[in-house]
Design a protein around this ligand. Structure first.
Ligand code: GDD
Length: 313
């Protein structure tokens, strides 16, 4: 079996490549021109430069690779950035996905595609809802969430009109070593590591600490993606998350408890979003029923791994 991963040198792409290779899958990947591949996996993957915005480029690569599976990871994945640049977010996440779907349609090969959506598509849910299942109405409350919902609606059109084989996931928060510090856990961890090294003042600037998120280790997330692409049903949506939430303040305290430096925490208004979903918790029963997946990493271990990553990077 051959898989093509768009955005192969991104945070999730690297973990997914390693996991697929271990499972005997031949891995091809696309990366943005002028970006690099990490050394440890570059020799095991066939890599092509591609910008998802460039339609012709995608078609050529699909024609050359002719994969059985495509994991479409290339995306603008930051909610915070989507507030600053909604146009870029829509262009990459909606037009980019359309480019990919059109290229696959034109290739005339029956390729199974996994599209990565987000729990952000659900938006703010009623307070009596403990965890969100796939049937909960979508109510995106930021530009990133809108882009992921639109991506999904387009996918449904391609499934219905062209009988394409597409599975959609709505991923909840995932974390792990190597994630960019635009996200909360690596942001805090990187700063703490810099403080430990004496590179910056012992002050940590934070945004909304009251939000609750369903965090899963990226190494568990990629297992779920593989299980879903192999066992999932075309046209279906699967939530991917742990069904456990943590307040951002809890994550912060955990990180601070792992450091012996005295650190002052200060609220930074520029880190507050115009609107922030208060609680996001995953009902993952559909995924568990399909694959008996369950997360293996404990939050404390993942957080420690992230902090240790920044201590040496
Ligand atoms: N980034 C960041 N930096 N977030 C902060 C900070 C900070 O200093 N302080 C508090 N937060 C809060 C945010 O307001 C948000 O409530 C929460 O921490 C998590 O923020 P992020 O890590 O940036 O992730 P996200 O929840 O907005 O989005 C992530 O999860 C989605 C799934 O729920 C991303 O990975 C998305 O791509 C993904 O779809």
């Amino acid at each position: 079996m051959r898989a093509l991963i768009t955005g192969v040198n991104g945070f999730v792409g690297i973990y997914l490549s390693e996991y697929l290779i271990k499972n005997g899958i031949e891995v091809w990947g696309t990366k943005l021109p002028h970006t690099s591949m990490p050394h440890q996996i570059s020799s095991k993957i066939i890599v092509r430069d591609m910008d998802i915005i460039n339609k012709e480029n995608i078609f050529e690569i699909i024609k050359e690779c002719m994969p059985d599976y495509i994991f479409h990871l290339a995306a603008q994945s930051s909610v915070a950035l989507s507030w600053e640049n909604p146009q870029l977010t829509i262009n990459i996440n909606v037009n980019g996905t359309l480019n990919l779907l059109d290229a696959v349609r034109k290739s005339n090969k029956n390729i199974r595609i996994l599209l990565i959506g987000s729990s952000e598509e659900y938006g703010i849910v009623k307070s009596e809802i403990i965890s969100i299942d796939e049937d909960y109405p979508l109510n995106p409350t930021n530009p990133y969430a809108v882009s992921k919902m639109v991506q999904e609606y387009f996918a449904l059109q391609y499934i219905n009109a062209y009988k394409m084989d597409i599975i959609m996931v709505r991923a909840f928060n995932h974390i792990g070593p190597g994630q960019a510090p635009t996200f909360v856990v690596p942001d805090f961890a990187k700063k703490i590591a810099q403080i430990e090294k004496g590179l910056i003042e012992p002050v940590l600037f934070v945004g909304n600490l009251e939000a609750e998120r369903d965090f899963t280790d990226v190494r568990d997330i990629v297992r779920a993606y593989f299980d879903i692409i192999t066992a999932g049903k075309s046209g279906q949506v699967y939530n991917v998350g742990s069904n456990k939430t943590y307040k951002i303040s809890y994550i912060l305290d955990l990180l601070l408890s792992m450091s012996n430096k005295k650190i002052i925490v200060k609220s930074d208004p520029s880190k507050m979003r115009p609107l922030d979903v208060p609680v996001i918790r995953c009902d993952n029963k559909k995924l568990v029923k399909l694959t008996s997946w369950s997360p293996q990493y404990k939050i404390e271990d993942t957080i420690k791994d992230v902090l240790n990553y920044w201590r040496i990077n």
